[in-house]
Ligand binder design. Structure first.
Ligand code: GTP
Ligand code: MG
Ligand code: ZN
Length: 361
């Protein structure tokens, strides 16, 4: 049994939990000062060491294009600082990382939150409600190492809650806890407490206007985060929260509030068979032909389920869409990695260019 590192004494209140990988990393850096990233701005980071909160810089080398965004600190990360506590020197090992691909043509990972146990996907029961988007969140979360809990807000404004819940039955059957709440009412948020106890870390994600900051404020008991009404005609929010921030809750846990996300692009590292569509995979296994494309093949269990109404055609269409996106993203990632590997061998990339220009006969 190894002794706990005395540097970690003050960190319990900001969610510290040590595993073997972390203990090993700490042993390698016996003098670094431990802190947690609590805010991420365009200009830099704020961290907490358990007693103080302050701004720090990252080494310039980490900002280079070749450094993967996954290797830079995200909110929730544990880092080691230099002796003067003004620069991050080491990124400590993570037990989870929620990420998506950044908007744009090229696949570039964009970490959202690190070291969280629970991802609360927040969705309004107004015009924000969209089961297909929630399936996408589910796929993304399954690869993160954290559990997903679905938080349906604005239940107080929803005239057809049962109908909405019925559309989410496959998600519930896949093991996602689903709660319908009024984000302004602490009583309806009470079931969340089971995931918000001391030592836990969670993140709120969802569209702008879904109610993430309202949930944060209600859990805190004060209006710390700014909130703003949504547009009447389409329930869209106004991107009120502008940076990710980790907040300590009275329940003892840490909660990360994030800006609303417009687009949820898959990173290419998710797995379509990781559990988000087990109902579809189970049906496909019953098809007569192993390579059934679920088009016109005889004995197709997927088509039978679609025709009998046990499989929602919109869910199946979304499965095909996400599967296609994943294949494209994974291809693009593989190509990028191959290019990087090529660039690391001096002369090889140049030789390839010459070979292309002057093909040998
Ligand atoms: N009636 C009702 N209003 C809610 C509920 N949840 C959120 N709202 C309202 O919805 C609006 C948007 O809420 P915010 O908390 O600002 O949304 P957000 O998800 O933080 O949005 P961004 O910061 O832009 O990403 C506010 O006017 C809230 O008061 C709810 O459960 N019931
Ligand atoms: Mg907000
Ligand atoms: Zn089939």
């Amino acid at each position: 049994m190894t002794q706990p590192d005395p540097r970690t004494d003050a960190l319990a209140a900001i969610g510290w939990r040590e595993d073997a990988a972390m203990a090993e990393a700490l042993a390698q850096h016996p003098t670094g000062r431990i802190a947690r990233v609590i805010e991420q701005h365009r200009s830099g980071y704020r961290v907490s060491d358990g007693s103080d909160e302050f701004a720090v810089e990252t080494p310039r080398a980490w900002l280079r294009k070749e450094v993967s965004p996954d290797d830079r600190p995200a909110v929730g990360d544990w880092v080691l600082l230099d002796a003067r506590k003004d620069q991050i020197e080491v990124l400590l090992p993570r037990h989870s990382l929620l990420k998506r691909a950044a908007a744009g043509e090229h696949y570039r990972s964009q970490p959202i939150a690190a070291n969280v146990d629970t991802v609360f996907v927040v969705c309004g029961l107004d015009l924000d409600f969209n089961p297909r988007r929630l399936e996408r969140y589910h796929l993304l979360t399954l690869g993160s190492g954290a559990r997903m809990v679905l938080l349906l807000t604005k239940a107080d404004l929803c005239p057809n809650l049962d109908d909405c819940l019925a559309q989410l039955e496959p998600l519930r059957l896949a093991g996602v806890p689903i709660l319908a709440v009024n984000a302004k009412d602490r009583g309806t948020l009470r079931p969340l407490d089971q995931w918000l106890g001391p030592g836990t870390s969670s993140v709120l994600v969802g569209s702008s206007g879904a109610g993430k900051s309202t949930v944060t404020n209600t859990l805190l008991g004060i209006e710390k985060q700014r909130t703003k009404e949504v547009r009447g005609h389409d329930s869209r929010g106004r991107h009120t929260t502008t940076h990710r921030a980790l907040i300590r809750l009275p329940t003892g846990g840490c909660l990360i509030d994030t800006p609303g996300m417009r687009e949820l692009k898959l990173s290419g590292e998710e797995a379509i068979d990781a559990g988000a569509f087990d109902d579809v995979s189970a049906l496909a296994e019953q098809c007569r032909f192993r390579d059934c494309a679920h088009q016109r093949e005889p004995g197709c269990a997927v088509r039978a389920a679609l025709e009998s109404g046990t499989l929602d055609p919109d869910r199946f269409a979304n499965f095909l869409k996400l599967h296609g996106e994943l294949v494209a993203a994974a291809d693009s990632l593989a190509l990028q990695q191959a290019r990087k590997a090529e660039a690391r061998v001096p002369g090889k990339a140049q030789k390839k260019r010459l070979d292309e220009k002057y093909p040998q006969r």
